[in-house]
Design a protein. Structure first.
Length: 256
C-alpha cells in the first residue's frame, strides 16, 4: 500500500511537471484547454492540478488565462546565485583545504537556515557534519553566525525573537548572548562554532561580502573538536572569503 501511495505521488509530480513545461517564453497566458492539449493530459486533471499550483504560487491566474507564477521566478533566482557562487568559490575552497587539511564548506542563507551548496573534504579523515544540500539552523553554526552578523537589524530581530533550538549542550540559545556574539563577529570578521551543531565538531567561518552587492554566502573550515584550533585558521578563512567575493564581483552583479 505504501509503495502504491509513493507511485501515485510520483505520478502527480510528473503531471505537474508536464503542466509547467507546457509554457514557453512567448506565451502571454494559456487557457485550461490549450494547457491540457500541450501537456497531453485530461482537461479535468489539468484544472485540478492548476488550482493546486496557483495556491502554491507556481502558477498565476488572470481571468481565464494561466501564467507561470512568481514562485518559479524566485526559485530561478535562488538557483542562479548559488551556481555563480560555487564557480567562484570552488578553486578557493580547494586551496583553503590544502592549506588547512580540514573540511571546507560553502553555504547560503535561507531565512533561519543555512544551505550548504559546496564542500571540499579535508585530508584529516574527519567525517564532515554537514554535506552538500544540508540545511542547518543559522544560530548553531559558524557559517550561519557569519552570515547573520551581516544581516539587517530587522532580520536579526526576526531570528532571535523565535525560540533558538539547542542542537547540543553548547548551542547558544540565549538571544542576548547571540546578539553579543554577532557584534564580535562584525568586529573580528570571523565566526566560531564550538560543538554547537555537532558535539564532535569545531569550526570557523567568514561571510562572503561582495562590494556593492552585500552578503553572498559564507565559507568555513571545520574539523574534529578535540584538536581543532579555530584561531589558527582565522586569517586563512578571512582571506578565502575576500577572494571568493572578488571573484564573484568580477562575474558581474550578484542576483538574489
Amino acid at each position: 500500500m505504501r509503495a502504491e501511495r509513493g507511485d501515485d505521488a510520483l505520478g502527480v509530480l510528473d503531471r505537474m511537471t508536464c503542466i509547467l513545461e507546457a509554457f514557453d517564453q512567448d506565451d502571454r497566458g494559456l487557457g485550461i484547454s490549450e494547457l491540457a492539449l500541450r501537456a497531453g493530459l485530461p482537461k479535468s486533471t489539468v484544472s485540478r492540478l492548476v488550482a493546486t499550483l496557483v495556491r502554491q504560487r507556481y502558477l498565476e491566474r488572470d481571468g481565464r488565462l494561466i501564467h507561470l507564477g512568481l514562485r518559479l521566478f524566485e526559485l530561478g533566482q535562488l538557483a542562479e546565485q548559488p551556481r555563480e557562487l560555487r564557480i567562484a568559490a570552488l578553486p578557493v575552497m580547494t586551496d583553503l583545504r590544502n592549506r588547512t587539511g580540514e573540511n571546507v564548506h560553502l553555504a547560503i542563507r535561507d531565512a533561519r537556515a543555512m544551505v550548504c551548496i559546496a564542500m571540499v573534504r579535508g585530508r584529516g579523515g574527519a567525517m564532515p557534519a554537514v554535506r552538500t544540500g544540508t540545511r542547518v539552523p543559522i544560530h548553531a553554526t559558524a557559517l550561519g553566525k557569519a552570515a547573520l552578523a551581516h544581516a539587517a537589524p530587522a532580520e536579526v530581530d526576526e531570528v532571535v525573537s523565535e525560540e533558538l533550538d539547542a542542537l547540543t549542550t553548547e548551542t547558544v540559545t540565549d538571544p542576548v548572548l547571540l546578539e553579543r556574539e554577532l557584534a564580535d563577529i562584525r568586529r573580528g570578521g570571523t565566526a566560531v562554532e564550538d560543538r554547537e551543531l555537532d558535539p564532535d565538531v569545531r569550526g570557523i567561518a567568514a561571510a562572503v561580502l561582495v562590494p556593492g552587492s552585500g552578503l553572498a554566502g559564507a565559507i568555513s573550515v571545520s574539523g574534529r573538536a578535540e584538536d581543532f584550533d579555530a584561531s589558527r585558521y582565522a586569517a586563512d578563512v578571512r582571506a578565502a572569503a575576500k577572494t571568493v567575493a572578488q571573484r564573484l564581483a568580477s562575474f558581474g552583479p550578484v542576483r538574489g
